[in-house]
Design a protein around this ligand. Structure first.
Ligand SMILES: Cc1ncc(COP(=O)(O)O)c(C=O)c1O
Length: 356
């Protein structure tokens, strides 16, 4: 039974948790190199890429910061449509990365034509977009954005934050020519928090070679050097890699297409339920398949709602940052099944009866 209907961390299957309980190995040992190498083909399949997929001991934010530091040689165009895009602007500012921010009203998507116009207006060599903006429940039309951007600037390095969508929503990294796609273990991969995955193109690495002050821990070129030897520069999160090893098989046994269908089905379920009772925060046509943000038109006490749900060992999320109490969010990603969603919505309906 699913308990966490928050947009990450998600529930982790008991067998996956148990897969961590194995003896340690040294990360310079053959056993470790075999483990690392064994992960690659399955990660590449999930990310639909022939490139390397770095597995790093950090949450997604660390690798994202490292990617930004590694590839911006001239100027970054950063698309912002919510709190996570804004976080990346803060990261760029604090690293002294030259950047320009392309904002839209929260709840709206970053649109391809706007990105194209902005790209024409400056000497940008890097574009960064959040695929699934978890704070607003918006899914950006990433395929169209990157296709147009690439047509305009063939040498652009394109970074995509797919922290709350990759593993649940298909993102064909190579056919869309995405250079760095970052995600975290604790969302659609339904693993414990603590790992970040980054599918990285040759173009991104070539760019990194021209950039100085890339930092150390998340330097893409250093990660690549050790990746070539099936290991990592510093001590990896070995227990989490055991869990990943196990979970990748489970994900592929379900099938990535079946996973995508399940996530779409749960999104439709939550969105039609919410549209009948409230309003959806995200603009129509750009609604996330993994998290739904709902306008709290009935001024519900979200803590009281969660208290009610806790009787059934369930919880949902309040709105993010400035959207707290104005919206609430239901996460439908990872291991959650449509039957779990139906159960959750029935329990929220019980609460709505009492809160009248
Ligand atoms: C869209 C998005 N980007 C980035 C992050 C940050 O990820 P992490 O907490 O793994 O660093 C999150 C976390 O919720 C997210 O939803």
């Amino acid at each position: 039974m699913a308990r966490l209907f928050i947009p990450g961390p998600t529930d982790v299957d008991t067998e996956v948790l148990q897969a961590q309980v194995r003896p340690m190995v040294g990360h310079r040992s053959t056993a470790f190199e075999q483990l690392y190498a064994r992960l690659q083909p399955r990660l590449r399949k999930i990310f639909q890429t022939d490139h390397r997929v770095f597995v790093v001991a950090s949450s997604g934010s660390g690798v994202w910061e490292g990617a930004m530091r590694s590839v911006v040689a001239r100027r970054l165009l950063l698309c912002v449509c919510g709190a996570f895009g804004q976080r990346w602007a803060d990261v760029a500012a604090s690293n002294g990365t030259p950047f320009e921010q392309l904002d839209v009203e929260w709840g709206q998507a970053n649109l391809p034509e706007q990105v194209e116009t902005a790209l024409k207006g400056g000497e940008f060599d890097t574009l960064a977009v959040v695929h699934n903006e978890t704070s607003t429940g918006v899914e950006n039309p990433i395929g169209e954005i990157v296709t147009r951007a690439r047509a305009l600037r063939p040498d652009l390095v394109i970074l995509v934050d797919a922290v709350s969508s990759a593993g649940g929503v298909p993102i064909p990294v190579d056919s869309w020519e995405i250079d760095v796609l970052v995600t975290s273990s604790q969302k659609c991969f339904a693993l414990p928090p603590g790992l970040a995955f980054a599918a990285v193109s040759d173009r991104a690495l070539q760019r990194a070679a021209s950039v100085s002050n890339r930092g150390w821990y998340f330097d893409l070129l250093l990660l690549e050097k050790y990746h070539q030897r099936d290991t990592t520069p510093s001590t990896p999160a070995i227990s989490l890699l055991y869990a990943l090893d196990f979970q990748l098989d489970r994900m592929l046994a379900e099938g990535m297409e079946a996973r995508a269908i399940r996530h779409q089905k749960m999104a439709t379920q939550v969105q039609s339920w919410a549209a009948e009772r409230f309003e959806l925060f995200a603009a129509e046509g750009y609604r996330s398949k993994t998290v739904t943000s709902i306008r709290n038109l009935r001024a519900l006490d979200i803590s009281a709602l969660n208290k009610h749900l806790s009787l059934h060992e369930m919880s949902i999320a309040n709105g993010y940052g400035p959207l707290k109490d104005k919206t609430f969010r239901i996460g439908h990603m990872g291991e959650i099944q449509p039957s779990d969603v139906a159960e959750l919505l029935a329990h929220i309906d019980e609460f709505l009866q009492t809160a009248r």
